[in-house]
Design a protein around this ligand. Structure first.
Ligand code: NAP
Ligand code: F7E
Length: 382
């Protein structure tokens, strides 16, 4: 039985990856931070009581900023594979907490690489570093590929730049099987609520159910290459199964503006919105409604309420969501992953939005969501 250690197991990717590896027969160990409230919602369906024999999921308290803790856990677990997914992952928040972000996101992987080296696990343990399309920042080439120069635009990206290069350096200096996955934005029903896609799908669901009037957004013109997290954790696994370590761009190759993402999310439930105005005066107004589609996706009992919103504003702009330096556009070329890993995304942007909208509509109709077991009882890969 192979043993994997996942940092950031309580996050979006950690949850999907742990389920994926357990299904493959791995014993999965995860590092979670102590918190004053339970923070394991995304993996509760995989949790096993510590008294169960031969558990496939074992959690350890830890933190990327604590090298002794990381070294002790790695020594105890003796992992075949380490997936370093833990990070302060919010770009806007990294401007507020730049030093902490550098410590966790930059130095965190150094602590892991050094622990593996000092514990003489170089031959045994393979390491995956969660690198990011944010490294391209102010893009120097379109689309971005493995050879495109980096130009970070936030404390988050600058920290991840160090993490990227120290991973490459340990590979070259000590012959470690250490690889970077340069993943473009990937989303899902498990996405943190303050990232733009989830903020939109939650708000659209609440507007449809008459629980909310208007969402306030930042830069509507920025463009992202959005994939589904389920597809992207398959790539992480494939990267560590290669004979030789290397760095890979993982992306769909399709770019969408925030404005179009919002249009599509409303479109998914039969609502047409039109944008008008410029900069901070820009708004989106409900201009039409497909009652049949709305009835099928949201529920007939909500049609009347939504009809009353035609002609009204449902989206506005609030400059508090602007970033001091913005990444205006990202689009990836994943040819290397396609050729060497045989990796292809199964979800396009429309299928991604459908999955997120269905889940958030259920979530906002809490009773139905609880009856279905919430995401605690769902198997993500079924
Ligand atoms: P996420 O949902 O924000 O999860 C981050 C995880 O890291 C959580 O489990 C969090 O714990 C944990 N964490 C944060 N700081 C930590 C610390 N100091 N010590 C230990 N654990 C810590 O992020 P994600 O979307 O799953 O992304 C996974 C990784 O991929 C991150 O490194 C992210 O930067 C990178 N990435 C993400 C994307 C994307 O589009 N999703 C794209 C490229 C790269 P809590 O649950 O306690 O907060
Ligand atoms: O923003 C714009 C915002 O916060 C996307 C992380 O997973 O992916 C993620 O970083 C875009 C930006 O993700 C709002 O200005 C407009 O241009 O969803 P986001 P991100 O910054 O791209 C990369 C690959 C990572 O590595 C990161 O860990 O959307 N935007 N209005 C908004 N963004 C937010 N959050 N909220 C808004 O209201």
């Amino acid at each position: 039985m192979k043993v994997a250690l996942i940092t950031g197991i309580t996050g979006q990717d950690g949850a999907y990856l742990s389920e994926y590896l357990i299904k493959k027969g791995y014993e999965v160990h995860g590092i979670k931070r102590r918190s004053s409230l339970f923070n394991t919602d995304r993996i509760d369906h995989l949790y096993q009581d510590p008294h169960v024999q031969d558990r496939s999921l074992i959690l350890h308290y830890g933190d990327l900023t604590d090298s002794m803790n990381l070294t002790r856990i790695i020594e105890e677990v003796q992992p075949d594979e380490i997936y370093n997914l833990a990070a302060m992952s919010h770009v806007k928040v990294s401007f507020d907490t730049p030093e902490y972000t550098a410590n966790a996101d930059g130095l965190g992987v150094l602590r892991i690489l050094e622990a593996v080296r000092l514990l003489r696990l170089v031959e045994k343990t393979r390491i995956y570093q969660a690198s990011t399309s944010e490294l391209y920042g102010l893009v120097q080439e379109v689309p971005q590929r493995e050879t495109t120069p980096f130009y970070p635009r936030s404390p988050y990206a600058a920290a991840k730049l160090y993490a990227y290069w120290i991973t490459v350096n340990y590979r070259e200096a000590y012959g470690m099987h250490a690889s970077n996955g340069i993943l473009f934005n990937h989303e899902s029903p498990l996405r943190g609520e303050t990232f733009v896609t989830r903020k939109v799908t939650r708000a659209v669901a609440r507007i449809a159910l008459g629980m909310y009037t208007k969402m306030f957004m930042g830069n509507l013109s920025s463009r992202r290459d959005w994939g589904h997290a389920k597809d992207y954790v398959r790539a992480m696994y494939a990267i560590l199964q290669q004979e030789k370590p290397s760095d890979y761009v993982i992306a769909t190759g399709v770019m969408t503006t925030i404005r179009d993402f919002i249009r599509k999310a409303f479109g998914e439930i039969g609502i047409k919105v039109d944008f008008k105005g410029k900069c901070t005066e820009e708004v989106a107004i409900v201009t039409a409604m497909d009652k049949i589609r709305f009835g099928e996706t949201v529920g007939e009992e909500y049609i009347q309420g939504m009809e009353k919103r035609i002609g009204e504003e449902v989206v506005g702009v609030d400059p508090q969501y602007f970033r001091p330096t913005e990444v205006e556009m990202l689009i990836g070329d994943a040819s290397k992953a396609r050729e060497q890993l045989g990796w292809e995304p199964k979800y396009g942007i429309d299928a991604l939005i459908k999955d997120m909208m269905e889940s958030d509509l259920l979530l906002m109709k809490k009773d139905a969501y609880i009856k279905k077991g919430g995401y605690r009882a769902l198997n993500y890969f079924e």
